[in-house]
Structure formats: C-alpha cells, structure tokens
Design a binder for this molecule. Structure first.
Ligand SMILES: NC(=O)c1ccc[n+]([C@@H]2O[C@H](COP(=O)([O-])OP(=O)(O)OC[C@H]3O[C@@H](n4cnc5c(N)ncnc54)[C@H](OP(=O)(O)O)[C@@H]3O)[C@@H](O)[C@H]2O)c1
Length: 284
C-alpha cells in the first residue's frame, strides 16, 4: 500500500489518512494553489487548515480542480478562539462550509479550549461551542468533529455533556514534548491524537540523537521524527513547501525504528522545539 493511503479509522468509522499536510504559514498568495496542487500530485490527501489560516477557500478550490474525486480527500478545519459561543461557532462552521465548497467537511475541531477565569464559565463556553459542532455534524455539514489543544481536565466536563464524543484531539507533540499522559488518556477514550509541529517547527532536525538514527537508517531526520509519531499511534500534521521535504515526509513506511531508538526519542529533553503554547496560559 502506498504511504498516502495508510488510514486510521476514527471512532465514528470515518477513515483519516495518517499523514496530514499542514497549511499554517504557507503564504496565502498566488503560489498557494500551486503548492497544494504539488502536494496532491505527490500523494497527500489529508489537509489541515484553520479559520485563522485564512486559506480554506483556496484549499477547497485546489481540491475541486485537482482532477481527483472529492471522496479521496480528508479536509480538516479548526474554529478559532474568537468563537466562544454556540452562535459564533455555528456561524464559523457554516462560513467554512460555504468557503470551501467541497460539501461536507471531513473534520472540524475547536482550535483551543476556553480556559480563563471561573471554571463554570469556560466549561460552559466550551460546551456551547461543542453543541454547535455536534449540530453541524447531525445536519451533515461535517463528517467528524474534534478538538485541539484540549487536556484531560478540559475534556472531562465536555464529555460529560457531549451527545457526540470528539473523534480527534490535535496536540503539539514531538520528542522533547511528548504529552504521553494526555495521549494515553485520549487513546483510552477512543480519541485519535494528531501531532502538530511534529518536527518541532524544524528545530529537532539537527538534534544529535535524531541525526544518528537518521544515519543508521539512511533516511532524513524528518522521516525519523514522523516515523516516531506513527510508532506512537499519532497522526502527524506536517508542513513543508520545499519539494524534497514534501516527498520525504510521505515516505515513512520503508523503514522501522527499533525499540531502543523509539525509547531514545521518547527521552529527549525539552528544548526550543516546544512552542511554549500551553492551553491554560495562552492569551487568546
Ligand atoms: N492546532 C494547533 O494549535 C496548531 C498549531 C500549530 C500548527 N498546527 C498545524 O501543524 C502543522 C505543522 O506544524 P508546523 O508548521 O508548526 O511545524 P512542523 O511541521 O514541525 O515544521 C515545519 C518546518 O519544517 C520544515 N520541514 C518540513 N519537512 C522537512 C524535511 N523533510 N526536512 C527538513 N525540513 C523540513 C519546513 O520547511 P519548508 O516549509 O521550507 O519545507 C518548516 O520550516 C501546521 O501547518 C498546522 O497545520 C496546528
């Protein structure tokens, strides 16, 4: 099976390609469409965007004019932190649906939990946003719904009121910032975890441990980090505009990491690869 067809099944039966192509910080200019077309030609089928990336309309256009059937793609979007009520979140989903023009969106996530102030208030805000996403799924605008940057103490109150459980949690995860306790908690709850910044925004590519493992397998450092994500049952969402990088990041199934190598990566100390964005302290 080719790499781009490797999928995981979400709790509601929807298939999601393991490797996602991240579109954050790809400049939204005349080259955006050709970058996405190149990614599609190379074999990417899972694309991650967000309301705040302001590229959902172009991503939808790239898919519509790709020459490949819509059903081959998995398109995911995230609703930004300014939408903290049922009404604003529901409107954001409808607006994304209208902008992408691809029919039902495969996955919509809450980008960051509300966490500030009185817990009764932020829990209620998260519940309202979640109800909007649930309604969007029940109405057929979305095939699956999820969260991003939610820790167990944000998820417990959400799950208590949920009619539909989150299918996905998208978290910053890479060696040096593994969040294993949250990952294991999510997996036990049947929530698939996606790893954002799986290369630590590039900062891990020169790490000596990563370089040594890459040399041992004759692969690129990025392939080591992405393979580690997969070994840890994560779905990496990786951004690359360089053609060589885009190719490398899809070739992850021709080698395997040993238990010792995985363990060495698990134990990398915290570094500048961590963004420093903690859901309980971010100011948005
Ligand atoms: N949910 C959230 O809150 C959240 C937050 C941040 C990001 N995300 C998502 O996660 C995606 C990825 O995160 P990210 O962009 O922060 O970081 P990343 O994917 O860890 O790293 C991207 C950087 O690594 C470089 N790179 C990619 N493949 C490479 C390779 N094979 N060899 C060498 N360098 C390589 C890229 O360079 P080139 O582009 O030059 O190829 C770019 O500079 C985002 O695009 C977004 O979709 C989500």
């Amino acid at each position: 099976m080719s790499t781009q067809q490797e999928c995981v099944e979400l709790a509601n039966g929807v298939q999601m390609p393991v490797i996602g192509y991240g579109t954050w910080q790809i400049p939204v200019n005349e080259r955006f469409l050709s970058t996405i077309h190149t990614a599609i030609q190379l074999g990417y089928r899972h694309f991650d965007t967000a309301q705040i990336y302001q590229n959902a309309d172009l991503l939808g256009e790239a898919v519509r004019f790709s020459g490949f059937p819509r059903k081959d793609f998995f398109l995911s979007c995230k609703i930004w932190a300014t939408c903290r009520s049922y009404e604003t979140a529901y409107e954001a989903v409808c607006e994304t649906y209208d902008r992408m023009k691809v029919g039902a969106i495969d996955l919509i996530c809450v980008h960051w939990p509300a966490t500030q102030g009185d817990p009764m208030l932020w829990q209620s805000a998260n519940a309202g946003v979640w109800r909007a996403l649930e309604d969007a799924q029940l109405e057929g605008k979305v095939r699956a719904i999820g969260v991003a940057n939610f820790l167990p103490h944000h998820l417990v109150p959400l799950l208590a009121r949920a009619r539909i459980r989150p299918a996905v949690n998208q978290l910053e995860i890479h060696p040096g910032h593994t969040q294993f306790s949250t990952v294991n908690w999510c997996l036990k709850q049947g929530i698939q975890v996606q790893a954002w910044s799986p290369l630590g925004r590039g900062a891990l590519l020169t790490n000596p441990t990563v370089l040594a493992i890459a040399r041992a397998h004759n692969v690129a450092p990025a392939q080591v980090l992405l393979r580690w994500s997969i070994e840890r049952q994560l779905c990496p969402i990786v951004k690359a505009v360089d053609l060589i990088h885009m190719r490398e990041n899809l070739r992850l199934y021709h080698f395997e990491l040993s238990d010792e190598e995985i363990s060495a990566l698990d134990k990398l100390p915290p570094s500048t690869a961590y963004s420093g964005l903690h859901p309980d302290t971010v100011t948005f």
